[in-house]
Design a protein around this ligand. Structure first.
Ligand code: PRP
Length: 217
């Protein structure tokens, strides 16, 4: 499936990295409308002046829209890319929403045989412990993962740590860092060829902004 030749379609992640992503496009000179900034319920937002169309989707779904070609580009956290492992090109590190994905446990944790690991990232957790040669049982959750070791659902968690507040306020400590995370601009493989001029211009503007190289608009 391909998007129309007339415009670029960009999948944007709703949620915690949305505002930072939007801000970046605005700073790069794209007149992103107020309706996107102010919590509207619209899921498709057009920017006709720039022939852009934004799809507002769940962060974990961004690579799916891009892989299937219903979006030419997308903004996705490296955590999502590591978990989803989709056939897309990662074309620019946007250097926003920096955080890390780590293993954490209760401050008084003790090693146990075949520990249970609660996480929203079952593939990342599975791969990490397999590469370390440790056998674990992964318990998949959709959020509030820090609760799991407190109430005995899991011995450890694999989750995003940003400020560290959630861990701290729940009596957990970070044990091992798995990877540093930032948001990336990703592209559909055929759009990248077919709309290369267009994408290059957008990429140049964002790259100039992100890496501080002069004028971006
Ligand atoms: C994320 C993550 C941690 C928290 C980390 O959760 O899963 O729980 O943020 O941030 P901190 O280190 O700044 O406290 P999110 O807010 O996305 O909600 P969730 O628990 O529903 O996934």
């Amino acid at each position: 499936m391909e998007t129309s030749d007339e415009k670029l379609v960009i999948a944007m992640p709703k949620g915690r990295i949305f505002n930072e992503s939007l801000q970046l496009f605005r700073q790069a000179g794209y007149p992103v409308s107020e309706e996107m900034m102010e919590g509207s319920r619209k899921l498709i937002v057009e920017v006709p002046e720039e022939s852009l169309s934004f799809l507002l989707v769940k962060p974990m779904d961004v690579p799916t829209y891009v892989e299937h070609g219903v979006a030419d580009l997308g903004v996705a956290g490296k955590d999502v890319l590591m978990e989803e492992n989709r056939e897309v090109y990662e074309i620019l590190d946007l250097k926003i929403s920096a955080c890390r994905i780590s293993v954490a446990g209760m401050s008084d944790w003790k090693p146990v045989l075949n520990p249970k690991v609660a996480t929203k990232y079952p593939r990342i957790a599975d791969r990490y412990f397999r590469e370390k040669g440790q056998q674990v049982e992964v318990v998949r959750l959709n959020g509030s993962v820090e609760l799991a070791p407190i109430i005995g659902l899991a011995d450890r968690i694999v989750d995003i740590v940003s400020t560290g507040r959630t861990l701290q306020e729940n009596g957990l400590v970070e044990l091992e860092k798995i990877a540093s995370i930032t948001s990336r601009l990703i592209a559909n493989r055929s759009s990248y060829r077919l709309k290369s001029g267009w994408m290059d211009r957008l990429c140049e503007r964002l790259d100039g902004l992100v890496n501080g190289r002069g004028n971006v608009v």
